[in-house]
Design a protein around this ligand. Structure first.
Ligand SMILES: Cc1cc2nc3c(=O)[nH]c(=O)nc-3n(C[C@H](O)[C@H](O)[C@H](O)COP(=O)(O)O)c2cc1C
Length: 416
């Protein structure tokens, strides 16, 4: 938590933050909570278009989740109390953006405007990366949001670079040898710097920079050095998040050290390995936040651990074993699995051991292999059914032919 100028607490902090980047169709509530579990400080929603959001109605599910649905019941967005979620809007106008933001404002800690999406659907509607070349529209959207939400919620935006020259061809497989040279830094055009200065003047709380140009594809290296230039030209009070090609903790360290970024925003790196956020102290901090956030509804234990085991039910009374013609006992055709030995691997058991006589009650389970009641038990729990099983029914009277030494019979000791 950070303290606002007004003295109250506000639920966002961009400086030093590692944020989950917005990803359409990926950043649903479960994935966001997974990343929070692993240490993500801030969780962006997927981009949602303003008019679609404005048509939503809010309800609260039986599990306490705030849900936003269309009239036909389609779920558009959901969150849980105290989640640090930044709601990303696709928008082309201030009034539309504000109408959508007002619908969700009570459930989110930030409203972000997507100014980087290059897909045709967005750009044709005047949204996404088409905004990068429409500074007046950007100013309209951001100042409208800041005027209405500022101080209560963070208002941010995410941009791409505006620059002409293509990035240099990357070295194969690794980025470790990629230097930040003054020449590379100069490639950031004046247009990008003008845009970011204008955005800063709108009073936004943070700016995320996807360090690629609009026509760049994911296979092109992100140009971290562009962020260095942007950082140098913006007021230090405006936090900058670097986005692009952070796939390891080493990448993260280098990105922060080399560029002066205030925080990171991870997309594919988090998608492939959510524990990328998980430096130990970060994870501990986030777990505390996640526990508060889910309030026992989706607790950490239910997210990442199996439910507690129920005690094993008592086994059914042992069935009478069929007998061979010669009268000796025979294993059933589909015997139940045996419990693993408690102290020694099976390979080291003497061959005679599986055929031990039944363990008299009161002896240690490690002294005798016991049948288990389920496969789960056979792999995870010491076998215990004999401790709780009711005494077996008395066997039928035996004939003389049945009188065999008990060493090969798995029935409980009985009979004459
Ligand atoms: C599956 C997917 C969906 C994405 N959806 C969005 C989105 O909704 N809004 C947005 O601003 N960027 C979106 N992006 C772009 C990412 O936020 C990010 O800018 C980009 O992937 C570069 O970061 P990375 O190198 O860490 O992957 C998406 C990326 C991916 C891979």
């Amino acid at each position: 938590m950070a303290t606002s100028e007004a003295g109250g607490e506000r639920p966002w902090e961009y400086r030093g933050a590692w944020a989950l980047a917005p990803m359409v169709r990926i950043n649903t509530l479960p994935f966001r909570l997974l990343c929070a579990e692993h240490g993500a400080d801030l969780l962006y929603s997927e981009e949602l278009v303003d008019k679609s959001v404005a048509a939503c109605r809010r309800s609260v599910s039986a599990r306490g989740e705030a849900e936003y649905r269309h009239a036909d019941g389609k779920l558009i967005f959901s969150t849980v109390p105290h989640e640090r979620v930044a709601f990303q809007l696709g928008t082309a106008s201030g009034p539309d953006a504000l109408a959508a933001a007002n619908v969700v404002v009570d459930d989110v800690c930030a409203v972000d405007v997507n100014m980087g999406c290059p897909v045709r659907f967005s750009t044709q509607g005047g949204m996404g990366s088409s905004l990068l070349t429409q500074p007046e529209r950007v100013r309209d959207i951001l100042t409208t949001l800041v005027r209405s939400l500022g101080g209560r919620r963070a208002v941010t935006c995410k941009i791409r670079l505006l620059e002409a020259p293509p990035p240099p061809p990357p070295p194969p497989l690794t980025r470790a040898n990629r230097p930040v040279t003054p020449a590379a830094a100069r490639q950031t055009t004046a247009a990008t710097l003008d845009l970011t200065r204008m955005i800063a003047s709108c009073g936004v709380d943070a700016l995320a920079v996807h360090c690629r140009r609009v026509p760049d594809r994911p296979r092109h290296w992100a140009q971290w050095d562009a962020l260095t230039r942007i950082r140098q030209t913006l007021p230090p009070s405006l936090p900058l998040l670097l986005n692009g090609d952070v796939f390891s903790l080493d990448d993260a360290r280098r990105a922060l050290d080399e560029t002066g970024a205030d925080g990171l925003m991870l997309a594919r790196g988090a998608l492939w390995n959510a524990s990328l956020f998980g430096r130990e102290e970060r994870a501990a901090r986030a777990r505390a936040a996640a526990r508060a956030c889910v309030g026992g509804v989706l607790s950490r234990d239910r997210l990442v651990s199996p439910p507690p085991r129920r005690p094993a039910p008592p086994p059914p009374a042992p069935a009478r074993l069929p007998r061979c013609a010669g009268g000796s006992a025979r294993q059933p055709s589909n015997p139940r699995p045996e419990a693993p030995p408690a102290t020694r691997p099976a390979a080291s058991r003497p061959p005679s051991e599986p055929h031990r006589p039944p363990r008299p009650s009161g002896t240690s389970p490690s002294q005798s292999p016991s049948p288990t009641t389920s496969e789960t038990q056979s792999t995870t729990l010491p076998a215990q059914p004999h401790r709780t099983a009711p005494p077996p029914p008395p066997p039928p009277p035996l004939t003389a032919a049945d009188r065999r030494p008990p060493t090969t019979d798995r029935r409980p000791p009985s009979g004459p």
